[in-house]
Design a protein around this ligand. Structure first.
Ligand code: GLA
Length: 389
């Protein structure tokens, strides 16, 4: 569904729910990451792209001290009383995300007036496409309109990341909120997570398409495994005597191998290699050097699978099928994208072969796993936008 339709739909839903037209409509996208996985919290590089899948929020002031949120996803309504101190609800509660962002604005001295809001999302939930970041960034974009104060976009991403830490209990890096806030149509964003400087790399070659395959599995390890990986990276950095793995070289790692746990060593090997691969892949895309980009994507996947151990049999199945199709069949490269343990793969595919590649992946993946995948092609979407107000 194009963003303009989703926006109209959300305005209509708002009118139905609250009996008047919305004053503001804000949107923010989900994302995929082309390469640079589990590098953001190591001060490394990431190379994400906003996808044409958005969370949209329509809202209007209600003259009270309360924020009434309705989600069209059917998980009900939530009321936030601005006269009371804000605190997160139960773990897994969807309204924690907008609530964390509202708390962030309040903490900056930007208390909003009370409003009614309806939110709609076409970012698949729990699919590793950053549905939560898109909800946070859409909320922040709405609050900019409500408070009349536009934040610096990097500060906005950081505020949303803090909401995820404090209200959803997920110690994520900056990638998801950053791309949702700062993504640009027709571009992939190369971000240096240390300096937060970024480069927009054009991705407008009509002969190459980005194909996203949702394995439709989510293994419940994600919650505990992510913080464990962060700790292992910190342990490796400490053993190497560097501030973060961004500062370490493969040679240094080999030299100190005996001073660290074998698992910690492999975690560091992934991160150090991935930080190196990411700007190379960005250069490859800039130069249209597709074979190199493809090789780097596969190298990233196998490093995540074997050294970082965040893949799963379903993600590996898609990557293997794609690799078997190969360049001749139209697949340039494929890898898992996002945190791992399920969710999606991203593949670069020759546009004229997209249909046949999709058919093969769907048939083979269903045969191997008994699960039907969900697949779609996306161009690089637009970062957060205020559509009305
Ligand atoms: C999740 C986190 C990101 C990043 C990725 C892995 O999506 O939210 O910050 O760490 O995992 O690259």
């Amino acid at each position: 569904m194009p963003l303009s339709h989703l926006s109209l739909q959300t305005a209509a839903d708002f009118k139905k729910a609250f009996g008047r037209d919305p004053r503001w409509i804000a949107a923010a996208p989900g994302r995929i990451n082309i390469i640079g996985e589990h590098t953001d919290y190591n001060d490394g590089f990431v190379f994400p792209m906003a996808i044409e899948r958005y969370t949209v929020i329509a809202a209007s002031p209600n003259g009270t001290d309360k924020i009434n949120l309705r989600s069209s996803a059917g998980d009900g309504a939530s009321t936030i009383d601005l006269a009371q101190p804000l605190k997160p609800g139960a773990k897994g509660y969807w309204a924690n995300y907008p609530m964390g962002v509202i708390a962030g604005f309040v903490a900056c001295g930007l208390k909003p007036v009370g409003f009614d809001a309806v939110l709609n999302s076409i970012v698949p939930l729990g699919g590793g496409l950053s549905s939560s970041a898109s909800l946070e960034v859409a909320t922040a974009t709405l609050l900019e309109a409500v408070t009349g104060k536009k934040l610096d976009p990097v500060e906005k991403a950081l505020l949303c990341q803090k909401a995820e830490h404090d209200y959803a209990g997920m110690p994520c890096g900056i990638m998801d909120q950053f791309i949702s806030a700062l993504g640009k149509e027709s571009h992939i964003l190369l971000l240096d997570c240390r300096t937060r400087k970024f480069d927009l790399v054009p991705m407008s070659d009509p002969t190459v398409a980005v194909l996203i395959t949702n394995t439709n599995v989510k293994h419940e390890l994600t919650g505990s495994e992510y913080p464990t990986r962060r700790k292992q990276c910190e342990a490796a950095a400490k053993a190497l005597g560097v501030a973060s793995l961004r500062d370490a070289t493969p040679e240094q790692l080999e030299k100190h191998k005996s001073q660290m746990d074998e698992v910690v060593y492999r975690r560091a090997r992934h991160v150090i290699g991935e930080i190196e691969r990411t700007p190379h892949a960005a250069e490859g895309i800039r130069a249209g050097n597709w074979p190199t980009v493809g090789q780097l994507m596969y190298a990233s996947h196998y490093s995540l699978k074997d050294d970082y151990e965040v893949s799963c049999p379903e993600l590996d199945a898609v990557v293997e099928i794609a690799q078997n199709i190969g360049m001749k069949g139209g697949v340039i490269g494929c890898r898992m994208t996002g945190g791992g343990f399920g969710g999606c793969t991203v593949a670069l595919v020759k546009t004229d072969k997209v249909d046949s590649v999709m058919k093969t992946i769907e048939a083979e993946y269903s045969k191997r796993t008994g699960i039907k995948p969900t697949m779609f092609v996306s161009r690089p979407g637009q970062g957060a936008t205020l559509l009305q107000g």
